[in-house]
Design a protein around this ligand. Structure first.
Ligand SMILES: [Zn+2]
Length: 128
């Protein structure tokens, strides 16, 4: 080393020393976006891990999400039952209307037959 070179020593900035926690192994974009829908329960390490992105999932968050999803499914089932009952009522009402319409149709046809018969009788009376 050349003795004429005086090394310039910059005073080291020490803001990083203010941190008492260091974040490592940050999530990738896909891991941040993942909904962690399919998981595995690692019995040995006692962690829940996403099968899609590999992240360790918070067990409480996972159970809470399963419970909320379950509530949504139950709500949907109840709505579908209500809708089915409404449709059954609607079908029963239409069937009643159809029955009444058929009865009115039969009655109207009978009246037409009577009217045609009356007309025939009148026509025959006129001819005689
Ligand atoms: Zn995931």
């Amino acid at each position: 080393m050349d003795d004429n070179v005086i090394p310039l020593v910059q005073p080291k900035r020490d803001e990083e020393k203010l941190l008492n926690v260091t974040v490592t192994d940050r999530k990738e974009y896909a891991q941040q976006r993942c909904k962690h829908r399919a998981v595995e329960a690692d019995e040995t390490n006692r962690v829940i891990r996403c099968l899609n992105c590999g992240c360790v999932v918070d067990p409480f968050e996972h159970i809470l999400r399963c419970a909320i999803d379950g509530e949504h499914i139950v709500t949907e089932i109840m709505q579908l039952h209500r809708r089915r009952d409404e449709m059954r009522e609607s079908v029963a009402s239409l069937e009643r209307e159809e029955k009444n319409a058929k009865a009115r149709l039969r009655s109207a046809r009978t009246l037409i037959l009577f009217a045609e018969n009356d007309l025939k009788n009148v026509e025959q009376g006129v001819k005689q």
